[in-house]
Design a protein around this ligand. Structure first.
Ligand code: PLP
Length: 403
């Protein structure tokens, strides 16, 4: 039975004040910090001086406010904020794996993650087996004595496949390995740590910030893991140095407090479009649709009241059709032809030639990624009916589906 968790309420209960009683916490734009006594500095190096800050690559008070709030949202003991989503992913993995180790990963992940696993980790003799993450027997069968991590995305990019986090967690626990989940597409909607994930990573560039004005990431996990990551002697994040700028952390923290409302509206608009696409007989992927293979699983895992997410995909079969369609949509003002997601304006891209272009064509075929897939990150449009009218006009103009 799923534990009850309300991420929006968990955030609201946090009270953080600024200097002089400011309603927002103060921004600490200092790289280094003074100590009144030399012994306290030594203790801080040892990780023993509670509440003392040493250097902003290690910890910064503003980053800590954001990290504490994210930990509350996820139901984890702790969190650490990074300068990008890729920094969160790469640091979590490098902290968990040593040379000679092995990872079992979903074959469908963000293209950058795929490239890190398949192209980059070779340098360190870390191997990765890619599996269909919904095939739990295949996941189990891929585990070897040197496997350290099962890696997946709650809702995969770009196929919006739903990962069975409770079952994957059981597999991980019974093999004494860690389950790492990228929850970038479904903040608030799903709380992977509450469902059994050991480590939750985010690209905060997307829904969490929602303003498309910076890149940022987060790692949410146990105290033990976050302390190990930021350990001055051998912590991956302390030594590789991807700390988030505190000015950005302050800005993202304020966005985080409106995330629950934004997710509801993204979900509402995406559901509306997905139903229209489906009725229009387009091959539509949206886990909120009853016909979607992941629908029931998402219903079982999701928190109440935030919908099914803002991401929808349709298959226009060829990249040429997809390009014509997206250019016309942009010209009509439906949204932007751009990579990324989670923005207040609708964004669309042809996944195979953009955010999944790192994935070789044969692998794209294997994972079921059509070359004509158009992925929508549906915005916060006040009048989504008007947006659908423009999209429908465009489909008719291009004679899609072909009659
Ligand atoms: N995870 C997912 C699911 C993504 O879609 C992305 C980027 O698109 C990332 C991670 C990487 O995040 P960033 O661009 O912030 O490094």
């Amino acid at each position: 039975m799923k534990k009850k968790h309300n991420p929006a309420k968990a955030i609201q209960n946090i009270k953080q004040f600024g200097e002089f009683g400011g309603v927002n916490p103060s921004i600490t734009d200092s790289a280094t910090f003074t100590f009144l006594g030399a012994q306290t500095m030594l203790d801080t190096f040892e990780g023993e001086a509670q509440g003392c800050f040493l250097y902003s690559r290690h910890w910064n008070p503003t980053n800590k406010y954001l990290a504490d709030t994210l930990a509350k949202m996820e139901g984890t003991e702790s969190a650490w904020v990074t300068a990008s989503g890729m920094a969160a992913i790469t640091n979590a993995i490098m902290q968990l794996c040593n040379s000679g180790d092995h990872i079992v990963s979903s074959i469908t992940t963000y293209g950058g993650t795929y490239a890190f696993f398949v192209n980059y980790l070779k340098k360190f003799n870390i191997t990765v087996t890619l599996v269909d993450i919904s095939d739990l027997e295949a996941v189990e069968a891929a585990i070897t004595p040197n496997t350290k991590v099962i890696y997946t995305e709650t809702m995969t990019n770009p196929l919006l496949q739903i990962s069975d986090i409770p079952e994957l967690s059981k597999i991980a626990k019974s093999n004494n390995i860690k389950l790492v989940v990228d929850n970038t597409f479904t903040p608030m909607i799903v709380s992977p740590a509450v469902l059994g994930a050991d480590i939750v990573v985010y690209s905060m560039t997307k829904f969490i910030n929602g303003k498309n004005d910076c890149v940022a990431g987060a790692i949410c996990a146990s105290h033990e893991f976050i302390n190990a990551l930021s350990n001055v002697n051998d912590g991956t994040s302390m030594l590789l140095g991807p700390a988030l700028d505190p000015l950005r952390a302050s800005s993202i923290l304020k966005s985080l407090h409106t995330l629950h409302i934004r997710m509801k509206q993204h979900s509402h608009n995406a559901s509306y479009l997905a139903e229209k696409f489906e009725k229009y007989q387009l091959n539509t992927i949206y886990p909120g649709l009853e016909a979607n293979v992941g629908h029931k699983l998402l219903c079982n895992m999701k928190n109440h009241g935030f919908g099914y997410g803002g991401m929808v995909a349709i298959d226009l079969e060829t990249p040429e059709k997809a390009s014509q369609f997206m250019e016309l949509l942009q010209n009509k003002g439906v949204g932007y032809l751009a990579v990324s997601l989670g923005y207040f304006i609708t964004i669309f891209s042809n996944s195979g030639s953009s955010t999944s272009s790192e994935v070789p064509i044969e692998t794209q075929h294997k994972m079921g990624l059509s070359p004509g897939l158009v992925r929508f990150s549906v915005g916060l449009d006040h009048d989504i009916k008007a947006s659908w009218t423009l999209i429908k006009q465009t489909l008719e103009e291009l004679e899609i589906p072909n009659s």
